[in-house]
Write a protein that binds this ligand. Structure first.
Ligand code: NDP
Length: 284
């Protein structure tokens, strides 16, 4: 048996086609969705992510604005910019690229973004709405993962989903989204004893850890769907995930590659959220 590849680029391309059509529809009604991205400092990885987001906006016809602030910017100034963007009718989505320099309180920044413009889905109001199954802007990486699993056509109801990782941006919300789909969800983390005892039971295994190739074939149930969120460097400085792809692929039914798996979906869902926010703001 060899796994089917869950190709994030291909799934993204079909979702983006739908988004581009929606943007054209909205433009016909006089509405251009707009995304503002704030980048603080000059972290190289953050620059790359931001560039990719700008490029995606351009391709889809979404207006984008990049605000670059120096690494030593005062928190008050950053919050002031957010208040301005909250009030700016051209802007439907606001994203502050994380991580932020240590002197800035990340929670305060996230909570200053208006929940209706919180296209990252990190604001406690959106998290609460997600938990209570109300309409919400959903966090992009977890939302993208759910879309990918749905793309396999399997029925998620009653499946055992094991999530490794419990961060606020990936692990916790992705488990919640699958719980909302009637899966049985188990969370594992760095204090979990006998991790394999859990992972080997997973119908759907989601690794969001940040440890290169830690998941091996012996950790995985035969026929499982394996989603690899990790973005790490291997011993040759090559990009790799948390899953040892070559070892696990022969045992899985579906598996995401790194790169080209979850990564492209994250940006696509950001575009999706920006258009959704524009539709909500304009009652479309
Ligand atoms: P965090 O560092 O915030 O969280 C990592 C989680 O993994 C923690 O909950 C931690 O447990 C757990 N963990 C660490 N070591 C182990 C271990 N040995 N066994 C079991 N659990 C462990 O990371 P993020 O959630 O932000 O990101 C996870 C990975 O996903 C990273 O590689 C990141 O680069 C990538 N990522 C990829 C994205 C994409 O678009 N493809 C988007 C976002 C992230 P504890 O809570 O106990 O510390």
């Amino acid at each position: 048996m060899s796994a089917n590849l869950l190709d994030g680029k291909a799934i993204s391309a079909s979702i983006r086609e739908g988004i581009a059509n929606e943007v054209q529809d909205l433009k016909g009604k006089g509405v251009t969705p707009g995304l503002a991205v704030i980048l603080v400092g000059d972290d190289q990885a953050s620059h790359t992510y931001v560039r990719n987001k700008e490029r995606a906006c351009e391709q889809l016809g979404i207006y984008s604005e990049l605000i670059k602030l120096p690494a030593d910017v005062a928190e008050e100034e950053l919050l002031g910019r957010l208040h301005d963007l909250n009030a700016d009718s051209k802007i439907n989505g606001i994203l502050v690229q994380l991580p932020l320099p240590k002197h800035i309180n990340e929670k305060r920044v996230i909570e200053t973004i208006h929940p209706a413009k919180d296209v990252d889905g990190f604001h406690p109001i959106n998290i609460g709405r997600m938990m209570t199954k109300q309409e919400a802007l959903l966090p992009c990486t977890p939302f993208g993962i759910l879309k990918m699993v749905k793309d396999t056509g399997i029925d998620i109801k009653g499946k055992h989903v094991v999530v490794i990782g419990r961060s606020n941006i990936v692990g916790k919300p992705v488990g919640q989204l699958f719980l909302n789909e009637d899966a049985t969800v188990t969370y594992c983390h760095s204090k979990t004893k006998d991790l394999r005892a859990y992972t080997a039971q997973a119908d759907i295994l989601i690794a969001a850890v940040g440890v290169a190739k830690m998941i091996k074939a012996d950790d995985v149930k035969k026929g499982a769907i394996v989603i690899d969120v990790g973005m790490n460097r291997d011993e040759n400085n090559k990009l790799c995930g948390d899953v040892d792809f070559d070892d696990v692929a022969p045992k899985a039914s579906y598996i995401t590659p790194v790169p080209g798996g979850v990564g492209p979906m994250t940006i696509t869902m950001l575009m999706y959220n920006t258009v959704l926010a524009a539709k909500m703001a304009n009652k479309q």
